[in-house]
Ligand binder design. Structure first.
Ligand code: SF4
Length: 410
């Protein structure tokens, strides 16, 4: 069967990605890395093989981190040769990696040829003695169109959606970074938790993100608990409702403001889906299946911006807003990036804010700032590696113009 026929059906979302200068031959091959189980089964049927091969190959890829068909010892030599001819297993190319002293790891991947075709992934270990929990923050788009005013990624503009191989490739590579020197059959997954909270709005790349999360949950792949896979959205309400029907994972909301006026400014998608609609969608998400542990509550992410959203009045507004939504609140000290228009709230202010919410009965934590030595804030490292997009240029010009005004006034 020709690769063209294969590439048009079950695997249309999983475009081939090459880790290095791709040859014409590899570009035509099907990248198996990004196929969910149904897609992989369909693929094997289309090439005239039994569909149980899908599970076997997925285990080699996602549990033993094998990219060479020759190492798949429970598959006949004939089939391995066939797969070699028409498939590849390729994660996106790592163009930069940085491992912090505190255990944080960060990668920048190239996902295309053009300038700015870079995404980043950050792994944050638990801040405890065991270090057993390793949370990976995965990107879903190259850049982002939503332009939240405090976000480094938003300043880079939107380039394109990532495909499934590029999304799951981030998880594959993070695991592989701990496995490189370990014999194949002794390899075990290291990443314990995933948050879809990197560059991009995941619900605006719905199908690829959905299938990637299915691979994360699949026992033939990463076998992660649904409580340990979290999708974080800025509030694309119709897609939250769609998720209720499609998958059971934890939900986080990038809230960042307790009223519409401020949220319109910080998270502009709020103008389309204001807080009342967003909170109602969260309630529906929980209500659908209240017994499921992944859906007992929603996590509320709240970045603490000095003098903008961090007063006790804001805390009281939060309490009112969330009073009928089972939620856990995560306060995030802002990680300033070059030309950022905001500063980080003081430690005292963050603690006072937390106390107000805790006193009102909410579970409210303060996120540890990790990986400061490697720019662990969303979009920050990519911003340094390739800060070349038009939006970034416009942003810099705007800042330069403002500085000029300040200088001329002073
Ligand atoms: S915070 Fe998220 S949704 Fe908003 S611009 Fe940044 S990446 Fe996009």
């Amino acid at each position: 069967m020709s690769t063209e026929v294969v590439a048009t059906s079950a695997i249309s979302d999983a475009q081939p990605q090459s880790p290095s200068a791709p040859t014409q031959k590899s570009v035509e091959k099907v990248n198996l890395l990004g196929l969910s189980r149904p897609q992989m089964e369909k693929f094997f049927e289309e090439i005239g093989e039994k569909k149980f091969r899908a599970g076997q190959v997925m285990k080699w890829i996602h549990q033993f981190f094998v990219t060479d068909f020759a190492e798949m010892t429970n598959i006949s030599g004939k089939l391995r040769e066939k797969l070699e001819k028409i498939c590849v297993i390729e994660a996106p190319e790592v163009v930069h990696k940085n491992y912090s002293k505190d255990g944080t790891r960060k990668w920048v991947f190239r996902v295309g040829d053009g300038e700015g075709s870079l995404v980043e992934t950050v792994l944050i270990p638990a801040d405890d003695k065991t270090g057993a929990r390793k949370t990976l923050c995965i990107s879903s788009q190259v850049g982002c169109a939503l332009d939240c005013s405090f976000c480094s990624t938003g300043k880079q503009g939107f380039q394109r959606d990532l495909n499934q191989a590029e999304i799951i490739g981030q998880l594959w590579m993070a695991n592989y970074s701990y496995m490189e020197d370990i014999p194949v059959l002794e390899r075990e997954r290291s990443v314990t938790n995933v948050v879809m909270m990197g560059m991009g709005e995941p619900l605006l790349n719905y199908d690829a993100v959905l299938n990637s999360m299915r691979i994360m949950l699949d026992d033939f792949a990463y076998g992660m608990s649904k409580r340990r896979v979290t999708l974080s959205t800025s509030g694309v309400v119709p897609k939250i409702d769609q998720m209720v029907k499609d998958i059971d994972v934890a939900l986080a909301i990038s809230l960042h403001a307790p009223n519409d006026e401020l949220r319109n400014e910080l998270v502009p998608i709020n103008k389309k889906y204001p807080l009342e609609q967003l909170i109602a969608a969260c309630q529906r998400y929980i209500a659908k299946d209240g017994n499921e542990s992944s859906r007992k509550h929603v996590t509320i992410e709240y970045v603490m911006l000095d003098g903008v959203n961090d007063s006790l009045t804001h805390a009281q507004e939060m309490i009112k807003l969330l009073k009928n939504l089972p939620s856990k609140i995560n306060l995030i000290p802002f990680n300033p990036f070059p030309h950022a228009p905001y500063g980080r709230s003081s430690r005292n202010k963050i603690i006072s804010f937390q106390k107000a919410l805790s006193d009102a009965g909410f579970v409210c934590t303060i996120r540890q700032t990790r990986g400061d030595d490697i720019d662990a804030a969303c979009g920050q490292l990519v911003g340094q590696v390739a800060d070349r997009t038009r939006r970034a240029e416009q942003w810099k010009k705007k800042v330069a113009a403002q500085n000029e005004i300040i200088r001329s006034q002073g």
